[in-house]
Design a protein around this ligand. Structure first.
Ligand code: PGA
Length: 256
């Protein structure tokens, strides 16, 4: 029996309510220690970060708290430097950090060096995973879902034991992301991505989904058995996971 919480909201309220959810967690955490947030990118998060910035402009508690957070990006393309407009470093700086006047030194991303195994940790835990642990662990992991059920760049077939590493993108992800590039051949074929084990170690996970094109992936994630064919479905085994969606994304979920 899954323990995940489902929050279903009207499409027109999605951005505001999703950003309020994040803002309230950040404000509640403030004063304990710098909060560690795992950050996601993509069209869904772009709208949510926009609403978060709007609220921070009229909410000093949020604006101050955002300054003290450590941000750990979920993923980054291989081969795009941080100034490339389609890199996730650029996305995070331009959509969240700079508008919120947060120092860009608070953002970490997986890269060529830190996806290497952490010395002495045994197995395949990467230095990036170790950095998160050394800061106290991820307190809130934000996530989106791909139409193929991916979460971060953990494509179908990814093991739930995966840590941060270099991965190949699936054809469906390359085609979904080609909308951001002037020529589809420019879409990188590889990325650095946190793993499913990385996400499962976070204290709290919230996955955001809006729009009809996510309905089948959410149905598989929530109604199906957790399995590697839908990496997001493994999150239903997390003890504190919320799926925050609009009616359209929830349209294929039916009551038991
Ligand atoms: P999207 O991406 O918000 O642009 O749909 C989400 C994802 O692929 O994880």
């Amino acid at each position: 029996m899954t323990r995940i919480k489902l929050v279903i909201v009207p499409p027109e309220e999605f951005g505001r309510m999703a950003s309020d959810y994040i803002a309230n967690r950040i404000i509640d955490f403030h004063d304990r220690r710098p909060m560690n947030i795992g950050t996601a990118t993509g069209g869904t998060m772009e709208g949510i970060y926009g609403s978060l910035i709007e609220r921070a402009r009229r909410d000093d508690a949020l604006a101050n708290a955002l300054q003290t957070v450590n941000y750990f990006a979920m993923d980054e393309y291989v081969g795009l430097d941080g100034d490339h407009p389609q890199s996730y470093a650029y996305f995070m700086r331009s959509r969240l950090l700079e508008p919120a006047a947060v120092s860009t030194s608070r953002l970490q991303l997986p890269n060529k060096e830190n996806v290497e195994p952490a010395p002495g940790a045994g197995g395949c835990i990467s230095m990036y995973d170790q950095m998160m642990t050394d800061c106290g662990g991820i307190d809130l992991q934000l996530a989106g879902i791909g139409t193929n059920g991916h979460v971060a760049f953990n494509e179908p077939g990814t093991s739930r034991d995966s840590w941060t590493r270099r991965v190949l993108l699936s054809e469906s992800t390359i085609s979904a992301n080609s909308r951001y590039f002037s020529d589809p051949s420019e879409v990188p074929r590889e990325a650095y991505s946190i793993g499913i084990a990385t996400i499962m170690r976070a204290e709290r996970v919230v996955l955001f989904a809006s729009g009809k094109n996510k309905a089948s992936a959410l149905e598989r994630m929530i109604r199906g058995r957790p399995g590697d064919d839908c990496p997001a479905s493994v999150l239903t085994l997390h003890p504190n996971c919320t799926v925050f969606m609009d009616w359209e994304a929830a349209s294929k979920l039916r009551p038991y």
